[in-house]
Design a protein around this ligand. Structure first.
Ligand code: CMC
Length: 426
């Protein structure tokens, strides 16, 4: 894996050599585990912008060229040709399934779609006005108390059953969070339906009448879920790995990931984008004043849905979603003025030096809220949808970590800037 080295020389002329590790794609990484032993120093990299935390074979991003691969397959091909459940198999197992393998996987997931009846009581214990993400993070954490028959992390079968349970139960739990919030009766899963259709019926059906599925809406949601399924070592995935590195059980580790996703700089951005567009649309704020606020260093406001730590030319997921918006709004109706406003805002930023110089382009969340709105998903459920789709990515990374012979507890260092040692006053 390595044929390059990197030499560091300090001010006294003492040189230390480090291996450069090469992956399949992407820049090399200087292996610095023995940096302290060789130099007496640590590295300092707030935000981990230049730090590789693990080796991973799951996803690859090239931010300069706008490339995203899952297990080697480009995201645009997967979005066009695959299904969400097939992507789940691919991310978990490394290869696309054969037909019999897929049938078996589909059946396995279906065996786990129901949740323990007491989980309904657990969710009913939340205040009626609790944010669905608050309910989700709490309920997924609580799964370890309901399914402690599968939390021995040293047992590969336990790890696999937990992964299947999480993928199967997330849509059920997500829909229950919504139903509780609305005061509507919970709907049981229907295993005669596909993964996405089942979620739609648990979300929108009521016992009093039949629910008519829309294939267009189901496919739009499926593509959204494919686009959100994994994204290598982002904040929430790194959180899952870090939480899991102590040996924490998978349900607790995924709950940690959900908590991290909730923030507006990460998965919470889709909700923040709609709030921002709403305020331009309804409160008379103009595109010009919104952009001016985003550029003003004295104003903490940022243009939500813009910018990405890795993508510096375009986010390939945003491109696919923007196309999906066109098709969906044509077919289903939906908030066309909101979409037009989003396009206008995008054009205005493309013409603006501040955004061009900093290479800030729309990310996946800029358009995803518009699609979710067209699908009648309420705004406070947007990040829950992201969490539901990303669960497979998180658990795939958690599983990969447990197979990694180099895996050990995550424990970053610091630069201590507090008081020098001093004595307690006598
Ligand atoms: N609006 C205005 N200015 C921005 C924005 C923005 N959305 N994003 C970055 N900047 C500026 C920032 O102020 C800084 O300017 P300067 O160099 O003058 O100080 C420069 O661009 C670099 O920003 P940064 O904070 O160092 O970039 P980062 O890589 O740490 O942050 C980000 C990436 C996504 C957190 C950030 O771009 C952001 O806050 N965007 C808005 C929130 C958002 O849309 N998040 C969704 C991300 S994609 C989905 C996901 O992964 O969950």
């Amino acid at each position: 894996m390595t044929n390059r080295t990197f030499t560091l020389t300090d001010q006294d002329g003492k040189s230390s050599e480090f291996d450069v590790l090469e992956g399949t794609h992407g820049p090399g990484c200087i292996a610095i585990s023995d940096l302290y032993a060789k130099t007496g120093c640590f590295t300092y990299d707030p935000g981990f912008g230049a730090t590789g935390s693990c080796k991973s074979a799951i996803s690859f991003i090239n931010g300069e060229e706008g490339i995203l691969l899952h297990r080697g397959y480009p995201i645009d091909q997967l979005a066009e040709k695959s299904s969400y459940l097939e992507i789940c198999y691919l991310l978990l197992n490394g290869e696309l399934p054969t037909k019999p393998e897929f049938a078996e996987f589909d059946n396995t997931i279906k065996q786990h779609t129901m949740v323990h009846e007491n989980i309904r009581d657990f969710i009913n214990g939340f205040r009626y006005d609790a944010h669905p993400m608050a309910m989700l993070v709490g309920t997924v954490g609580a799964l370890s108390s309901f399914y402690h028959d599968s939390i021995d992390i040293s047992n590969p079968e336990h790890r696999e059953i937990s992964a299947h349970r999480l993928i199967a139960k997330l849509p059920t739990i997500a829909s229950y969070c919504y139903k509780h919030h609305r005061g509507l009766p919970f709907m049981y899963p229907d295993n005669s339906l596909g993964y996405v259709e089942n979620f739609m019926q648990m979300m929108f059906a009521v016992p009093a009448q039949d629910y008519v599925q829309s294939p267009t809406a189901a496919r739009a949601l499926e593509v959204m879920m494919i686009l959100h399924a994994d994204h290598e070592q982002n904040a929430s995935t790194s959180t899952v790995r870090l939480a899991g590195s102590s040996g924490a059980n998978p349900f607790a580790s995924i709950a940690a990931g959900i908590a991290s996703l909730w923030g507006p700089a990460h998965g919470g951005a889709n909700e923040a984008v709609i709030n921002m567009l709403d305020s331009i649309y309804n409160s008379g704020e103009t595109i010009e004043t919104t952009i001016a606020r985003a550029k003003d260093k004295n104003d903490p406001f940022r243009l939500m849905g813009f910018g990405h730590r890795v993508y510096k030319n375009f986010d390939p997921r945003a491109k696919i979603i923007a196309g999906l918006c066109h098709d969906l709004l044509d077919e289903l109706g939906g908030d066309q003025p909101m979409f037009d406003l989003a396009l206008e805002l995008e054009q205005a930023t493309l013409a603006d030096d501040y955004f061009r110089e900093r290479r800030l382009y729309p990310n996946v969340d800029f358009y995803s809220g518009i699609i979710l709105r067209a699908l009648n998903i309420p705004m406070n459920m947007f990040t829950v949808m992201f969490a539901m789709a990303r669960t497979v990515g998180w658990i795939s990374h958690w599983l990969e970590m447990h197979h990694d012979p180099e895996f050990r507890i995550g424990r970053p260092r610091q630069i201590y800037t507090g008081h020098a040692k001093r004595d307690y006053p006598s």
